[in-house]
Design a binder for this molecule. Structure first.
Ligand code: UDP
Ligand code: MG
Length: 330
């Protein structure tokens, strides 16, 4: 079933990756040569090193290289979004600038697309070279996410993936600022296919994903695809009420049917402290969602482009995903 063909876009988020980009462009060009029609769109996420100048040079040197440069650091997810918004290809592949996502795997992704899949996502095999906190946070993050949301993201699901044009156009319709792409892509459905890969070591420089950036991503993933934490507060409320009722019954019984002296001070203090705590938890959870509502109603642009090589408006047609065969992830 060779039904898909056309231009391939490669989008690369880059934050302070001046040393990696020339190598990346070289390797991607080598891999993409047989495909002819392709573009490499690099999104500079407000780098403070020479990335922007490297990009301008690369785009002058190779006609298939385009770039977008953010006015400041908006984060990896926003860089990917900008890439999806401005890619022109019929299939869009994103990969990291640090060469951890081996460009040599691209032909496999394209083959799967040509077989008819709309989403070809990759799952990285456990890498013992990875820092322990990365492995641990990644593992527990996916486990927690599966438990609290309806998403079936696998351990190690990466942002290295191919999307068909119609999936990209669907993503562009998501208006929320805080878009958790991995979740959104799993959520939109279409025909999805998974590929295992072995991550390479970072070519140059150090990881730009600090622990705090990862925690932020995890919190965003959980709160943007699940309202279950809200139900947790309701459940806690119920448990507390049950506890209070039983306690109340006991107090009434003691008062009317026994001669026990009033020893209420300890229990009173305990109870009020406990209820206070639970209330704080509930208010906190409501606050998180209220905060999200507050951010979303403002409808700010998700990112701002400071510099680019001439981006032309592209006209894309919208195909209704409901007409497509949907195979849910298992
Ligand atoms: N990145 C980005 N903005 C950021 C952090 C990272 O665009 O704020 C890019 C980075 O340049 C790289 C990719 O996202 O191409 C993955 O980041 P990194 O390799 O630092 O993360 P790790 O692989 O260590 O998780
Ligand atoms: Mg990396």
């Amino acid at each position: 079933m060779t039904r898909k063909k056309g231009m391939i876009s490669l989008i690369v988020p880059a934050y302070n990756e001046e040393e990696n980009l020339p190598v990346l462009v070289h390797r991607v060009r080598a891999v993409m040569k047989p495909y002819g029609n392709f573009e490499i769109l690099i999104v500079d996420d407000g780098s403070s090193d020479q990335t922007r100048y490297v990009l301008r040079q690369l785009s002058q040197e190779y006609e298939e290289v385009r770039f977008i440069s953010f006015s400041r650091n908006f984060g990896h997810q926003m860089a990917l979004r900008a890439g999806y918004d401005h890619a022109r290809g019929d299939a869009v592949i994103c990969l990291d600038a640090d060469l951890q996502h081996p460009p040599e795997l691209i032909p496999t992704l394209i083959d799967k697309w040509r077989e008819g899949y709309d989403v070809v996502y990759t799952v990285r095999q456990e890498d013992p070279r990875l820092a322990w906190h990365k492995r641990l946070t990644s593992k527990y993050f996916y486990r927690l996410l599966r438990r609290v949301s309806n998403l079936h993201l696998e351990d190690g699901a990466a942002d290295f993936r191919l999307l068909d044009r119609k999936v990209v156009d669907t993503l562009k319709q998501f208006k929320e600022n805080d878009l958790f792409l991995r979740g959104a892509i799993s959520w939109v459905g279409f025909r999805q296919c998974r590929i295992l890969y072995e991550p390479a070591a970072r070519y140059a420089g150090h990881s730009k994903y600090s622990l705090s950036k990862m925690l932020k991503l995890a919190a965003m993933g959980i709160t943007s695809f699940s309202t279950r934490p809200l139900y947790l507060s309701v459940l806690l409320g119920f448990i507390m009420s049950l506890f209070a009722t039983l306690f109340g019954l006991e107090v009434v019984y003691e008062k009317y049917f026994t001669d026990a002296t009033v020893s209420g001070w300890t229990s009173l203090v305990l109870l009020s402290v406990l209820i206070g705590g639970v209330q704080f938890i509930m208010i906190g959870i409501i606050g998180v969602y209220l905060g999200k509502t507050f951010v979303e109603v403002k409808q700010r642009p998700a990112y701002i482009i400071g510099d680019t090589d001439e981006i032309e408006e592209t006209v894309t047609t919208w195909e209704n995903p409901a007409n497509e065969f949907y195979s849910p992830l298992t």
